[in-house]
Design a protein around this ligand. Sequence first.
Ligand code: ACO
Length: 685
Amino acid sequence: MTDAPGLMSEPESFALLNDYSITVPRHAVVHSAAEAVTAAETIGYPCVAKILSPDITHKSDAGGVQTGIHTPEELRASIATIQKNIHERAPDAAITGFVIEEQAPPGLELYIGGKRDPAFGPVVTFGTGGTLVELEHDITMRVAPVSKEEAAGMVRSIRHYPQLAGYRGTASLDEAALSDAIQQVSALFTNRPEVAELDINPLVLYTDGLCAVDARVLIRPPAAAPALSRPPLPENLFFGSRIALVGASANPKKIGYIVLRNLLTFSGTVYPVNPKGGTIFGKTVYPSLADVPEQPDAVIVTVPNTVVPQVMRDAGVRGIPLAIIITSGFRETDREGALLEQEVEAIAQEYDIRYTGPNCLGLQVPRLSLNATFDPKSPRIGHTAFISQSGAIITTLVDWSLSRDIGFSAVFSVGNQTNIDFVDYIRFAAADAYTRTIVLYIEEIRDGRRFFEEAAKVTPKKPVIAIKAGRSAVGQQAAASHTGSLAGSYEVYEAAFQQAGIIMAHNLSDAFSLAMLLGSEGYPQGNRAVVISIAGGFCVLASDYAEQHGIQMAPLSDALLAEMNAFMLPGWSRQNPIDMVGDAGVHRFALTFDALIRHQEEWDIAFVVSVPTATIDPVHLATEMARFSRHTDKMVVGCMIGGESMTAGVRVLREAGIPNFEELEDAFRAAGAAVRREEELKKHL
Ligand code: ACO
């Protein structure tokens, strides 16, 4: 029992639901036992009596609810009991009256709710209801507005759906009415910005219709509309050929030194700037931006925070369109820093400068040999754009990627995202011809709604994979909340990402395995797989992993089996996984690939699993796999499993654009995620 400012009374909540065509119990507000009896004559028995008090949130806990009332006598007694209970348990609570309600017949108890998420706006939740709602946690959510198809999809996606569809001879319930109610709640949130949270629990579903038996609606003044989005970034903003570094230093301990050293490999021109002048690494140092002989395309800033506004003004005067502000000490530090950040932003607006950061690691574009960061390692050239909210994750990942031959089209450290934010980077990477996949490391998105809408435009064209940090912290937050928000923000992120077509990865390795797979092979056309191997053990594991990750083992046609019988030894598996047995050489792999090319309508993904053995030269096998991949538009996945002996073969695969997985399960997990995404895409076509 707590004061709940902004909580609508039950009759008010019912009236609101009524406006949105959601059936509520017949009810009346009364002020005495006599009025209650009169009201019950119209409502009918059995009925329910509830306390009406602005001071009582949890009516049942306060003894304020009486159910199963069958006669006027029982109703009078119930009113007296409620009055006594409230007097004892909440003596200070004001009693405004009583609500007499029709007692809804039993049915399937469900839950529909929603909340206004600070990042993503209105989110609608649906699941099993009743008193075990938190315990069951059988819920699904969508960012509003929820379409008719999405509402129907929500209904079908909960674990308890079979109960609804007719289970063990029970009649199927009114799914259409349920989908309508979900859509109506979505519309309510869209049209009524003051509704902050809503819980309908239980919503009782029948074979024909439904009834919102209990409803709680929290009203809060609507938040200010988010800032309007800025224009998209110019096409080549990050790929200029003249870069100035303000804060260049000859002191090897300073960031301005490390960045300059990293810039030595840049294919364009670098202009170090420092009032001391002189030379560093043999390069002329200019006292100010005004002294730089040509107009730079970008300026990297490594001066202390208080100097940044002046540098930005100088950059504006020089007409420099891009700044990369590595300096920290802004909003992330204190109030003074926040004011400084506002000043920097105002100057940027005045001079039309776009900037990354502040408080970022910088930017890397391997194909331009550009490492505009203080990360001592530069990544390889590749086709994945990595956009990260953590500088430390970038340095770790770049180091990790080097030994795995993983490359990047660009690496962006977003820092405080004051000016250029996730949406800008994603749009930029989507338009970049060198980028095939986009990987995001996200801690928090402020304007989630804009992010969600823009990402949804990108994902059908280019795969976007995200790692979202903060599951545990937000989980605690969710546990602490007591109304409406049945799920924490992490779950909202998950729902929004899924709706926008972003594939969520749970760790860096998964994210880049997927990026590698989708970047080189695109989405698979279906989930039917063939596994080709000489290792019986891995064939068994492959079948397990396939089942676990939603991949179907394609049955092999008689025609294909007959062709393979012609060149296989008698002991081969004669089924999928295709176990060619231990002594098979590359030649038999090649003949199998040829047969699979001739029958490529039978499968969508081929996993080629090889282990170290005397009969197989990995380079030779990789060359045959490259030929296989060239002759089919289906997905070919390398699983050359082993150690050092596989390195040369794996390199051949990489050069041929075939992803290789050292762990068999990783291959199936990545392919499974790709298949699910493809299925989602097909649904929305
Ligand atoms: N124009 C040009 N150069 C100038 C100017 C100016 N107006 N004013 C000062 N400088 C020079 C200085 O003289 C100095 O050069 P010197 O070594 O020749 O004397 C150089 O700029 C740097 O200035 P310092 O005062 O020496 O500052 P320092 O190098 O110690 O620190 C830095 C500057 C690195 C920007 C620091 O303030 C900072 O922010 N560090 C943290 C950076 C960071 O962690 N960023 C985010 C990481 S990633 C993430 O995701 C969070």
